[in-house]
Design a protein around this ligand. Structure first.
Ligand SMILES: [Fe+2]
Length: 192
């Protein structure tokens, strides 16, 4: 392919591959290091998604006739040091800025689709990528709560409203029992 019809979004695809590769590397290393099995599962899920995104976008670059330009990230060494350290998991989330509440404002992911020259196949890949990245963001926010020892399952959450509801039900059962005639005694005697 000549440079004149080089897609304008090639740099975006190249940046995604480099970023997702690093995403896999640090999340996978962290998943192997943590002793929290729940957390390891969540980190591994996102890590594998990152690896798959890197491969899919590199594949797309190849289909378009281009090869990946590997780019170093000077901050990545520090990221790997943090995940491999003996810091507790919650502190790792905080130091890395991972799993923190969503920032209000512009949607950086959506800007990836702003280039109107994107071919439909790449656009479909980007659409799926955006949706999965958002979901991965949710998983990592849950993972941070999990590292802090906060249950993310609503079933396990003890709330005052829940306790009150159970208490009302129990009171009703007790009142019901008290109002019933004691009809059991004759039955027990009949068995004798
Ligand atoms: Fe990612």
């Amino acid at each position: 392919m000549s440079s004149s019809n080089k897609p304008s979004y090639l740099g975006t695809l190249n940046a995604i591959v480099n970023g997702e590769r690093r995403g896999f590397e640090f999340l996978n290393a962290w998943a192997m290091k943590t002793k929290n099995a729940d957390l390891a599962g969540k980190l591994k899920t996102v890590a594998l998604r990152e690896a798959e995104h890197a491969a899919s976008f590199e594949k797309r670059m190849c289909e378009l006739g281009y090869s990946l330009k590997e780019k170093e990230d000077p901050k990545f060494k520090k990221t790997m040091e943090i995940v491999s350290s003996s810091l507790d998991d919650a502190a790792k989330f905080e130091k890395l800025g991972v799993g923190q509440p969503e920032q209000e404002g512009e949607d950086k992911l959506l800007q990836l689709l702003a280039d109107k020259s994107i071919d439909p196949q790449t656009a479909a890949l980007l659409g799926r990528f955006i949706a999965e990245e958002r979901d991965s963001g949710r998983i990592l926010r849950e993972a941070y709560q999990c590292a802090k020892g906060v249950s993310s399952s609503p079933d396990e959450t003890v709330t005052l409203a829940g306790i009150q509801e159970q208490l009302t039900k129990l009171t009703e059962i007790v009142c019901d029992l008290q109002s019933k005639p004691t009809a059991k005694k004759p039955k027990v005697q009949a068995i004798k």
